[in-house]
Ligand binder design. Structure first.
Ligand SMILES: NC(=O)c1ccc[n+]([C@@H]2O[C@H](COP(=O)([O-])OP(=O)(O)OC[C@H]3O[C@@H](n4cnc5c(N)ncnc54)[C@H](O)[C@@H]3O)[C@@H](O)[C@H]2O)c1
Length: 362
């Protein structure tokens, strides 16, 4: 029995963009969102890849995401800029914000760009890596719906509150750390449910009564566990402060949005990107060489028993991308069926009918 097929990145991007255009997005927006989703699939961050089209279709269909919503600057203080995302796609707002953050960091040394009334950004590393590739250090925070209880509680109050940082390098791939502050991203649990996996690893989630479970069906996406207990909760709390409180967005139980989707259904999210021009630390070439030296020290460390290779943050994703650019992106039957249903519903050419699937990796 086989599960799934391998699909080229090019075909997947074209399909995803066509779906978003059929849902009324401008072509430029659709291409940008498609690019960010397929980038996640290429890097093995399958929880934030094209399977999210299903979620985006639902949210557009019920009016929670405005596919033509435009992000605009609402307060500009030079080194600190606030956006309102207009409840449009998060990705175009995110790219605009990180690019502005890079520009302002070069001008002021350090800059912070915040956004309210934005929606899902996808994988945060997409934005921090963009800054690292432009020679800056970046930190990213995004909050969201009230689905995760505080540490030691059962009342859902936070999102999976992702956090990412990236550092530029000389010859090594950029260092990119990119995590949910819960043990796993909610989408990983959703994907396990979609795939029909019977069990999930211990420590991912509780059932709806707050009891730990490894039963995929019983695990509640509203009862995820923090990574490292109170420590993950502390970092997740920082994300809520930076992305929700400071951005003027909804946070905790406080709603500050024009969207009717509130609480656990909240789609209006806040984010904050902090960007630092490394030239303010020391000459960029020197800093990049020092980061490379640290990466190589880590690589040269003695691996523990059973470990083949010691990695730095972002490396596994970089290697997966190299592999998948050559061999294609594996999509499970469950994800393919979802994409097929979307294609039928909105009348775009199905993914598997598009030519040169496995060869079209560009
Ligand atoms: N936008 C949102 O609302 C939202 C919410 C939650 C999560 N997310 C995204 O979900 C994605 C997945 O999050 P996650 O928590 O499941 O990630 P994860 O647990 O898979 O951790 C990924 C990070 O750990 C590093 N890593 C993994 N294995 C390693 C190893 N052996 N050695 C060294 N480093 C290693 C990776 O390079 C990467 O930086 C992220 O892209 C995150 O931004 C987004």
């Amino acid at each position: 029995m086989t599960d799934g097929r391998v699909v080229g990145a090019g075909a997947l991007r074209a399909f995803s963009a066509d779906v978003l255009v059929a849902l009324s997005a401008e072509r430029d927006t659709a291409v940008l969102v498609a690019e960010s989703l397929v980038d996640a699939d290429l890097r093995g961050i399958d929880s934030h890849g094209v399977h999210l089209l299903d979620l985006y279709c639902t949210r557009i269909g019920n009016g929670q995401i405005d596919p033509r919503g435009v992000a605009r600057v609402v307060d500009d203080r030079g080194s600190v800029v606030h956006f309102d995302g207009g409840l449009g796609f998060g990705q175009p707002c995110g790219v605009q914000a990180i690019d502005l953050g890079i520009e302002r960091a070069r001008e002021h040394g350090i800059a912070s760009v915040l956004a309210r009334e934005t929606t899902h950004l996808g994988a945060l590393g997409y934005y921090t890596r963009r800054a690292a590739e432009a020679g800056c250090v970046a930190l990213a925070f995004q909050n969201g719906p009230t689905i995760v209880p505080p540490f030691g509680a059962t009342t859902p109050m936070f999102s999976t509150n992702p956090f990412s940082y990236a550092f530029p390098t000389a010859e090594e791939p950029s260092v990119v750390f990119d995590i949910a502050t819960t043990a796993v991203a909610g989408n990983k649990l959703l994907l396990a449910k979609k795939r029909g996996d019977p069990t999930i690893p211990e420590g991912w989630a509780n059932d709806e009564h707050g009891r730990p479970t490894t039963d995929t069906e019983r695990a509640s996406v509203h009862q995820l566990q923090w990574f490292g207990g109170h420590k993950g909760f502390g970092v997740g709390f920082l994300v809520e402060l930076m992305a929700g409180v400071a951005a003027g967005s909804s946070f905790g139980r406080t709603e500050d949005t024009a969207s009717p989707a509130l609480g656990g259904d909240r789609v209006a999210k806040g984010f904050q990107f902090v960007v630092i021009d490394v030239e303010r630390f020391m000459p960029a070439t020197e800093l990049r060489a020092r980061v490379d030296a640290l990466v190589r020290d880590v690589h040269a460390s003695a691996p523990a028993e059973g470990v083949e290779h010691v990695y730095v943050p972002g490396e596994i994703e970089h290697l997966t991308r190299e592999l998948r650019l050559g061999e294609g992106i594996p999509l499970s039957d469950g994800v393919l069926e979802t994409l097929d249903k979307i294609a039928t519903d909105i009348e775009v050419a199905p993914l598997l009918d598009r030519g040169r699937l496995a060869k079209d990796h560009a």
